[in-house]
Ligand binder design. Structure first.
Ligand code: 13P
Length: 335
């Protein structure tokens, strides 16, 4: 493990004004996204879409890194029409000044004896996969754990099991000089209020940092990718951006050590405008960490619609994408 490499990569991922594009939708998730615009998903159409994102001129000003899916990191793109010579996706991104990253979890499985709760899979064979990804150019990785809020959930047992898996994943990554993005996501689904989200997020992050400590994970060489503290999607009372920012920073000051260089939020089902506004308010309050983004849906939603699977829409869709990247970058730099 080379601590200075880890620190340098983490620093580059949260460079001023920049954040991360999560383009690591699993085969099942990208299928759903493309179906909405009547495009049939397969490795080729998935690449046509993702190539449009990656080749958008100017995104490197706002995007420090892209999280890829296993399918994509193995693909190649030609950047000039009609040219047959192809560049591997991680190489293309690197040449553009963008760090390639890789989702290494393998989705979730139902917890035994706890309906509605899940444990993330993917520790088996992880070390070998990380070596392969590193050789393909990956500089960072992501592992997502999901914590749902419901009548009797989350249970301590499920939070603990997920926290432990996150910490094991993080130490495997650091062993290979790959910066782990540690993503414990408390889901927005449900009728719960902001206070409930705060309570569950606090407990989850506390358990995650306890496990990271147990596994001797170098905090300076990782990034945290959490949910914002926000009202449940079906709650009758929706907190304002200022309330979300207040509760989010209050929570993190309690449980996130200042050695963690950056917090890169997920968007989790917020609209692009909400995710942008909330990030701005969070930055206006500020904290001892860089407060940036690692958005999937909030960066891509409008672009998908503008593209609608049609070649003639590519230029307009890329303008839409660049515009959203810029807005989120401005929000991230609000202070
Ligand atoms: P969203 O921003 O769409 O939540 O995606 C981020 C992500 O990487 C989820 O794992």
């Amino acid at each position: 493990m080379n601590i200075s490499t880890l620190k340098q990569t983490a620093k580059a991922m949260i460079a001023p004004g920049k954040g991360i594009l999560a383009a690591d939708e699993s085969a099942g998730t990208i299928k759903k996204r493309l179906e909405k615009i009547n495009v049939q998903s397969n490795p080729d159409t998935n690449l046509v879409y993702r190539k449009m994102l990656f080749t958008t001129p100017g995104i490197e000003e706002f995007i420090s890194g892209v999280i890829l899916y296993d399918e994509t990191i193995r693909q190649s793109i030609s950047t000039e029409q009609g040219k047959s010579n192809k560049i591997p996706v991680p190489q293309y991104l690197t040449d553009k000044g963008i760090l390639p990253g890789i989702k290494v979890d393998q989705g979730k499985a139902e917890m035994v004896n706890s309906p509605g709760e899940h444990i993330t899979k993917g520790l088996d064979g992880l070390r070998d996969r990380l070596v392969e990804y590193r050789n393909m150019g990956a500089k960072f990785a992501k592992w997502r754990a999901v914590i749902a809020i419901g009548a009797d959930i989350p249970t301590d047992a499920s939070i603990k099991a997920n926290a432990k898996a996150l910490a094991e994943y993080a130490s495997f990554c650091q062993e290979q000089d790959i910066v782990p993005i540690v993503e414990p996501e408390v889901l927005m689904d449900g009728k719960h209020d902001l206070q409930k989200c705060q309570e569950v997020t606090t407990k989850t992050l506390k358990m995650v940092f306890d496990e990271l400590k147990n596994h001797e994970v170098i905090l300076e060489g990782m990034l945290l990718k959490p949910n914002m503290v926000i009202s449940g999607k079906e709650s009758s009372v929706q907190a304002s951006s200022k309330e979300i920012a207040q509760a989010t920073i209050e929570t993190f000051l309690r449980v996130v050590p200042r050695e963690v260089p950056g917090i890169v939020f997920l968007s989790g089902g917020q609209t692009p405008d909400e995710a942008t506004e909330n990030l701005k308010e969070i930055n206006l309050i500020g904290g001892p960490w860089q407060l940036s983004f690692s958005y999937g849906r909030a960066l891509q939603e409008e672009t998908l619609k503008a593209w609608a699977g049609k070649e003639e829409n590519v230029a307009a869709a890329q303008r839409t994408f660049l515009e959203r990247c810029k807005k989120v970058s401005v929000a991230r730099s609000a202070r």
